[in-house]
Ligand binder design. Structure first.
Ligand SMILES: Nc1ncnc2c1ncn2[C@@H]1O[C@H](COP(=O)(O)OP(=O)(O)OP(=O)(O)O)[C@@H](O)[C@H]1O
Ligand SMILES: [Mg+2]
Length: 507
């Protein structure tokens, strides 16, 4: 039987000259779960954009079930049974889930959209494929896991039998990932084929039948997952052995840098999202924050970064009360922030890499001297950071938009690490970055800690929190359920139990 997808000798050269894919052969059999892995910038998203008609190959041919096809645009891809869920979601935030699922192909009653049927269709698809959603909920009010299920339902509604999922688990908690995997297996049982991009090699072993490894735009290998270990895959990806070991941790805990006292905060609808939050971050300490998504962690970060108003309580940085300060004022007080949603808060996509690396400091020396901006120092600064953080792109003048997802994240991390903060707030700092870069970012977080900075680390990845944090704050329903000393006795399982609020940890 011919392969569901066969891409042959595919090359893609972007207009700026970047060779994103070079003579790639990629094949997926019907009914399999096929993982696609590789470092940031290896060309994974590009290859899938070619398959979904978002970009056109420079050379090469695409065959579907043995038949040569031209995929001029996503409409054509959908017609050919291909659906894609992107690295960055593309749903309309003020629409309901049902409206999003049927968008562009709405059931009608006369000239009006038949909302009842839209809801019924969504509910039926949801039941059939085990992708649980609330059809009437507005996208902006639903947690990220449900948004993702809505995206998948949307592709299924349009008749997709080949689903491309670009880093679907990067934004999910471990529980949500389990649910997604369950649904993916269910899809395959019902005859669908799934291509799955991830940086988490454990997931490849868990869910995929086969895996294609990309390196620098080429295919480094294609193997059955049961025949390889995670370490094998890492070596194929990076070209050397990579090992995320644990760290010896004796922290020298210094004075209190950030003190949060009785902090309270309400959301847009007046619902309390933070209540009586009290903790301190010391110099030379990484304080981890763990919690099931939506339990106040994001709001806590926003408040501390100056992005969200405080209802009650106070925040002190080095003794100075700063609650209610703006982002700029927080920065002036020595707070740096790697935001969880880099597209919303971190970067200007159409500005250059160099500009993005100085947005917080271009008005100061060495970038501005005698009131004049010195483009040369901006460029030198960018070149140095790009080298240090291994940011791969066309050069300091390239737009941020032209970088791969993981490399965009590295730009934000590089800027914040280099800001010499007294308090570094790192929210999901390795979301979407590859294992080599994760190792590097972890090293940087520890270096900041060892140099005496206070670090607040919020991550949905419990292994990351357990690996780096000296103490861990567990948040449940906007409150602190406990503060735990990290150590060998603490595991992902025990932490998970605390996070569900079934057990109160003893401080
Ligand atoms: N629109 C674009 N214009 C120019 N260059 C681009 C564009 N999109 C991607 N690139 C470049 O193509 C290369 C491959 O990028 P791609 O997004 O395919 O990587 P990726 O493997 O998906 O990485 P990540 O894991 O970081 O998402 C990178 O060097 C990137 O800078
Ligand atoms: Mg990508």
């Amino acid at each position: 039987m011919p392969a569901r997808v066969a891409m042959q000798q595919i090359s893609k050269i972007y207009p700026n000259g970047v060779v994103a894919n070079h003579k790639v052969d990629f094949a997926v059999e019907k009914g399999e779960i096929h993982a696609l892995v590789g470092e940031n910038g290896a060309g994974k998203s590009t290859l899938m954009k070619l398959l979904y008609g978002l970009e056109q190959p420079t050379h090469g041919a695409i065959f579907l079930e043995g038949r040569r096809v031209e995929i001029a645009n996503p409409q054509r891809a959908i017609h050919l049974g291909i659906g894609m869920v992107h690295q960055n979601f593309m749903l309309a935030p003020s629409f309901t889930i049902a409206e999003n699922v049927v968008l562009g192909n709405e059931p009608r009653k006369g000239r009006l959209v038949d909302h009842k049927r839209a809801i019924a269709i969504t509910a039926a698809l949801s039941a059939k494929f085990g992708l649980q959603v609330d059809p009437t909920a507005r996208i902006e009010a639903t947690p990220v896991g449900m948004r993702q299920r809505a995206e998948i339902l949307k592709t299924l509604f349009r008749g997709a039998d080949l689903l491309i999922l670009d880093e679907p688990t990067a934004v999910l908690t471990p529980q949500e990932t389990d649910e997604l995997f369950w649904a993916v297996r269910n899809l395959v049982d019902q005859g669908k084929t799934v291509i799955f991009i991830t940086h988490k090699l454990g997931e490849v072993k868990e869910i995929a039948d086969r895996v294609t490894v990309m390196r620098h735009g080429e295919v480094a290998g294609r193997v059955a997952t049961r025949e390889v270990t995670e370490a094998d895959l890492a070596r194929m990806m990076v070209g050397r052995a990579v090992l995320l070991s644990s760290y010896a941790r004796p922290a020298v805990r210094g004075k209190v840098v950030a003190a949060v006292h009785n902090l309270g905060c309400i959301d847009e609808t007046g619902r309390p999202v933070l209540r009586n939050v009290t903790f301190a971050v010391h110099a030379g300490e990484i304080l981890g924050v763990a919690g099931v998504e939506g339990n106040g962690q994001s709001e806590l970060v926003e408040v501390m970064a100056g992005l969200r108003a405080v209802a009650t309580g106070e925040i002190r940085i080095n003794g100075k009360a700063v609650q209610g300060a703006s982002v700029r004022e927080m920065r002036a007080n020595g707070v740096a922030h790697i935001p969880e949603d880099r597209l919303a808060n971190g970067v200007a996509l159409d500005a250059s890499i160099a500009e993005n690396l100085v947005v917080d400091r271009y008005h100061r020396p060495p970038f501005t001297r005698y009131g004049v901006l010195w483009p040369r120092s901006v460029r030198q600064h960018a070149t140095a950071l790009m080298q240090q953080f291994d940011i791969r792109g066309a050069g300091p003048g390239a737009s941020l938009r032209s970088l791969s997802g993981g490399n965009q994240q590295k730009v934000v991390a590089a800027r914040e690490f280099s800001a010499a903060p007294v308090l570094l707030i790192a929210a999901q700092p390795t979301r979407g970055v590859d294992i080599g870069a994760t190792e590097f970012v972890h090293g940087q977080l520890l270096a900041k800690r060892n140099a005496g900075a206070a670090v607040l680390l919020v991550s949905a990845d419990l292994s990351e929190v357990l690996r780096l944090a000296d103490r861990i704050v567990v948040m449940v329903k906007g409150e602190i359920a406990g503060i735990l000393e990290n150590g060998p006795q603490l595991t992902e399982e025990t932490l998970g139990v605390y996070m569900l609020g079934r057990n109160r940890p003893t401080p």
